[in-house]
Design a protein around this ligand. Sequence first.
Ligand SMILES: [Zn+2]
Length: 328
Amino acid sequence: MKTLEFTLQTLASRFVLLLTLLSLLLMISGCAGQMTRMMGHMALGQQVDYLNIEGATGSHLDQLSPKVWTYNWGFDRTLIVDTDVGLVVVDSFTKELSKRLLRELKHAGLDKPVHTLIYTHFHLDHVGGGAILKPKHVIAHEKTESYWQDFDITHLGIAKPTKTINGDVEMNIGGVAFQLLYGGFSHTDTFYAVHLPEENLLYAADTVGVEVFLPVGGIAIYTPGYYRMLERIANIDFTTFVSSHFKVGDKKDFLEAKELQFTIQRLVQEEILKYDGEVALHQNKDAMLTLYDNVHDQLYDKYGDWHGFSAQIVPTILGAYVNSLVGN
Ligand SMILES: [Zn+2]
């Protein structure tokens, strides 16, 4: 283990040395712009590689229970419920996904019309393509359309809501019980988790992923509300956990991923409270790097083998720091 650590450290220091030499060379030759481009390519390339993981690539329709299916096209994962009155789809994402979904459903013999489309929240990456599904009913939070007015959505192929809701809603569609759990001000204030109690399944878009660090350090929007929502979901009975991105898991996966989110915030807060320097922590490089090291090392011990640790650890820690600082 020590040898491996030593080798990694040696490689890392050689890499830094190489980068420094390269940057010097480029600066001397008047190509500083090339350097920033190269650094950008490395950082962005890492983020793109991070997204290409099993469960978040290709096109797959999988059956989760006698009545429930999930379909992912690339990074987006939807839910399909087979009811007596037709299909219920939760989030349609994009025109491309919706088109492919209909084709895959037909191949699987699920060629009933789409009875209801449910939007989990207003975000544009979740609501495109619905028009292709030709749903009879479209359910969304009452503030959804007012947010859409702030964006150009004409190219997205959106199916507009036919029924708006607020607060928790229970409904029965074609013999299947749906519990729509309102998330408050969390990942937007239009957020719903979809619980199918009889199927022991929970679909919670943009909450946590199975054994992954979240993209760009987190997707909370408003962190305290996001934590409240995670806590609420944790108290619900379900076996299968489906997020809108990454692979399908179970309740244990959800609880572990939730624990990671709480741990990040707690560790960062502990470091902030320890600091008593004369300038703000974020203007003290030594203190900021110490915060990073301490949080990094404690997270690495438990989550070092989770997907995206190396790609997301910096934005994760920095994001948690900013959230604590500004009260987000
Ligand atoms: Zn979202």
